[in-house]
Design a protein around this ligand. Structure first.
Ligand code: CP
Ligand code: NVA
Length: 306
């Protein structure tokens, strides 16, 4: 019987043991340049409705390093739901490719691609989630702090796609996460609710607060992201006003522990969500995060496409 394909549309698609498998494969691949023919003959399609530097190039480079090839379909190419229905595109691409990475405006589009294709579908960012980013981030945290259980992570800014994926990863892996957001920008009760059973199993705690100073003083990691995500451009002026007190700057960071690490998924806007002295300072690990996208995503490709 044909093996059932596996998707990565959300971190909730993975068990803790699968996440650990991805991390252990990442460690192996990062330290040795083997696996160069592991995906020989496979073709990955990148179906992107939004721009990308890191996700696109790390998936493309990763696929080449594993002996496979890629086809990139930008916003004007596949025409998801514009030129033809997502369901048809999913069926058609399944006949040509071995896997799809999709970057979409709506999570529903990724979910539909996953449902109607017979090949693995990987979420390369949607309005709701950014699972590959956060898996790379958690791997980076583990590299730096050695352990995840009981760590205190504070996410400051918008309760956006990165924040929501962090919630799921934290809930699964026993990380205590405090989300510091202005009123009205919370990640959504339904999202936190979906993490409930994982929280019960891991024993970690998710707290949402509007007070920027509350979460900072005992955090091991402070993570921030842009205030205006792709697709939110129409509310830019209002957002810049609402998020101003939540800037990660030296006044706020003075309250942090001396070994507190600073994370950002990038691209960053120095002077908006974070100041230059913090993102370019000694506690910042943003470029380690960016590099690890390559290694972790290679492990994801091996797990799903092989
Ligand atoms: N962090 C991230 O996903 O970057 P890109 O938007 O450049 O892919
Ligand atoms: N939250 C950001 C992440 C970019 C990688 C966005 O969706 O634009």
């Amino acid at each position: 019987m044909k093996k059932k394909k596996k998707n990565l549309t959300s971190i909730l698609d993975l068990t803790v043991s699968e996440i650990n498998q991805i991390f252990s494969l990442t460690r192996k691949m990062k330290s040795k340049k083997s696996f160069t023919t592991a995906l020989k003959g496979k073709i990955l399609g990148l179906v992107f409705q939004k721009p990308s530097l890191r996700t696109r190039i790390s998936f493309e480079a990763g696929m080449y390093q594993l002996g496979g090839r890629v086809v990139y379909l930008g916003p004007g190419d596949a025409g998801l739901d514009k030129r033809e229905p997502v369901e048809d595109i999913a069926r058609i691409l399944s006949g040509y490719l071995d896997g799809i990475v999709a970057r979409t405006f709506s999570q529903q589009t990724v979910d539909n691609l996953a449902e109607f294709s017979t090949i693995p579908v990987i979420n390369g960012l949607s309005n709701l989630l950014h699972p590959c980013q956060v898996l790379s981030d958690i791997y980076t945290i583990k590299e730096k702090k050695k352990t995840l259980k009981g760590l205190k992570v504070a996410f400051i800014g918008d309760g956006n796609n990165v924040c929501r994926s962090l919630i799921y990863a934290a809930a699964k892996l026993g990380i205590n996460l405090t989300i510091v957001v202005p009123k009205g920008y919370e990640p959504g009760r339904d999202v936190v609710k979906k993490a409930d059973s994982e929280l019960m199993k891991s024993g970690s705690k998710i707290t949402v607060t509007n007070n920027p100073f509350r979460a900072i003083n005992n955090a091991d990691i402070i993570y921030t992201d842009v205030w205006v995500s792709m697709g939110d451009e129409n509310s830019r002026a209002q957002r810049l006003k609402d998020f101003k007190p939540y800037q990660l700057n030296s006044v706020l960071f003075k309250k942090a522990k001396p070994d507190c690490l600073v994370m950002h998924c990038l691209p960053a806007h120095r002077g908006e969500e974070i100041t230059a002295e913090i993102i370019d300072g000694p506690n910042s690990i943003v470029f380690d995060q960016a590099e690890n996208k390559l290694h972790v995503q290679k492990a994801i490709l091996l797990m799903l496409l092989n």
